[in-house]
Write a protein that binds this ligand. Structure first.
Ligand code: HEC
Length: 103
């Protein structure tokens, strides 16, 4: 019973968080980027405070074949200086959509 309850809570949380978005949503992606990535990456033009070790998102956008699969793959690789962020599929595809829009 407690397990089923946990699952229910998680499911509701995910729905609330993702907002039921079906197609990749660059606006939501930007939201995630400004919340979770700005402390290290330049996520938009005009931003000035970021570390110089992390590649700017505009640079990522220009790497060949950049898409959500590539982003998911890059996020799976261990980055010694990057915290382990657990993003779900929707969040990753929204982020990828946003990053692609910076091209
Ligand atoms: C605490 C700092 C920090 C935060 C926060 C952070 N990153 Fe990074 N990220 C880095 C650094 C530093 C690198 C460069 C690789 C390395 O040396 O670890 C990097 C590299 C990357 C790369 C490139 C990997 C490659 O090999 O080309 C991607 C993609 C990336 N980050 C995405 C993100 C996304 C998306 C977020 C937000 C959800 C994020 N990062 C948040 C520090 C951070």
């Amino acid at each position: 019973m407690p397990k089923a309850f946990n699952l229910l809570v998680i499911t509701i949380f995910e729905f609330a968080f993702v907002g039921g978005a079906a197609a990749a949503d660059a606006v939501h992606g930007k939201d995630i980027a400004t919340r979770w990535c700005t402390s290290c990456h330049l996520v938009e033009s005009g931003q000035t405070n970021a570390t110089d070790q992390a590649p700017p998102f505009a640079y990522l956008a220009k790497t060949p074949d950049f898409d959500q699969n590539r982003l998911a793959f890059l996020l799976l690789m261990p980055h010694p200086n990057m915290p382990n962020l657990s993003l779900n599929r929707t969040e990753i595809s929204d982020l990828a959509e946003y990053i692609r829009s910076l091209k």
